[in-house]
Design a protein around this ligand. Structure first.
Ligand code: MN
Ligand code: MG
Length: 372
């Protein structure tokens, strides 16, 4: 009796064991060729040292600014996504009394980590770029504080005036394991390159002359993008610390996003510098622009305002075809930290607040001593 009952079960097991390996390999092959990956790209831009939801001039809470608020949006956006990457688009060190206090009063000593980079390290940014305002305190200060940033810092169009090569790391190729909709893992190479307006040579002449030169944004992009492709970048993201304008391009163009979007192998653009919001009504008359999908010339673009007021989000769907990853669809949008009246829409990230509180408090105390 026992043997009779057991026999069909044994047969089933045998069949399954023989089928299993072939099914597995069929699954893997299918995923390699046709896997679909949802990838969410997150952007902060033009933070201008607004780490805390606090107005140092009016000495009161301001819930419409502050990375401690944006941070909650970052955590939320990450938890909703299978795969995500976080970038900052520059102008993050200067613009409020905290930034000034750290440079002019306290100073950054060797080994100190600037609270902006302490915050970025805590939030595990994948890469960042620098904006024109990062140059305002001089190159020496910048090089010192950048040592505290644990993630790659890229800019391609500021060149050394002495050696004919980029002054910063021009681009990075991030290697990330990403999971497709069937749960299979894929290795994806994400090329990340940075730009800032060539006007830095006028704006920061005293700091920069004789040390660096600024190259035009589009020409520089056209030079580096094929190199990044040759190094195996599956997709290329531009951290473009530059705004959006369709005025005819010339080498001195300050806001070059529109023309970056025309470059063939640039897939995604994170914009900044002009402190506005894309997609948004400001850009409704821009040619070849789809505001509802957040695209310019068919390319996903996002610009997340300034001071941490918004988180920029681009949702990409990538599909592998003949070993190459292509963007199937994309949607760009931003999420605000407060409503139009300044009422908070998200909580403060208390862990982050605790990490940066020392310098925030010192700044508040210093201003108090000055009688502000
Ligand atoms: Mn700015
Ligand atoms: Mg700027």
């Amino acid at each position: 009796m026992k043997i009779k009952k057991f026999f069909p079960l044994l047969f089933l097991l045998t069949v399954n064991w023989t089928l299993f390996p072939s099914m597995m390999s069929a699954e893997t092959t299918k995923a390699d060729n046709n896997g679909i990956i949802d990838l969410r790209i997150l952007e902060t831009t033009d933070l201008h040292a607004a780490l805390v939801n606090y107005d140092y001039y009016q000495t009161k809470t301001d819930n419409s600014i502050g990375l401690v608020k944006t941070s909650s949006l970052i955590h939320q956006a990450r938890s909703e996504a299978m795969n995500s990457l976080l970038f900052d688009d520059g102008d993050h060190l200067k613009g409020n009394p905290l930034g000034e206090y750290l440079v002019r009063i306290k100073g950054i000593q060797k080994g100190d980590i600037h609270p902006v980079y302490r915050a970025f390290n805590y939030l595990k940014y994948d890469a960042i770029t620098i904006g024109n305002h990062e140059l305002n305190y001089g190159l020496k200060f910048l090089k010192t504080v950048l040592k505290g940033a644990k993630m790659p810092v890229v800019n391609a169009n500021v060149y050394s005036a002495i050696k004919a090569k980029p002054y910063f790391k021009p681009y990075v190729i991030l290697k990330r394991k990403m999971v497709d909709k069937q749960g299979a893992a894929h290795n994806i190479k994400i090329g990340v390159i940075g730009f800032m307006p060539p006007q830095i040579m006028k704006w920061d002449k005293a700091n920069l002359e004789g040390k660096v030169i600024a190259r035009p944004i589009v020409e520089t992009a056209k030079e580096f993008v094929p190199i990044m492709k040759a190094e195996g970048a599956d997709i290329i993201i531009a951290l473009a610390h530059t705004g959006i304008d369709s005025e005819p391009y010339h080498p001195e163009t300050e806001n070059a996003v529109y023309y970056l979007s025309e470059i063939k192998d640039i897939d995604v653009i994170l914009a900044g510098h002009s402190h506005s919001v894309f997609p948004g009504s400001t850009y409704k008359d821009l040619p070849k622009t789809n505001i509802s999908e957040g695209k310019i010339n068919g390319k996903p673009v996002v610009m997340a305002g300034a001071f941490g007021s918004r988180l920029g989000i681009i949702d990409l769907q990538l599909e592998a075809n003949a070993g190459k990853w292509k963007i199937l669809k994309s949607t760009s949008f931003t999420r605000p930290i407060a409503d139009e009246n300044g009422n908070p829409l998200v909580k403060t990230d208390k862990k982050l607040y605790k990490l940066i509180k020392p310098e925030h408090q010192e700044t508040v105390d210093f201003l108090k001593k000055l009688g502000i």
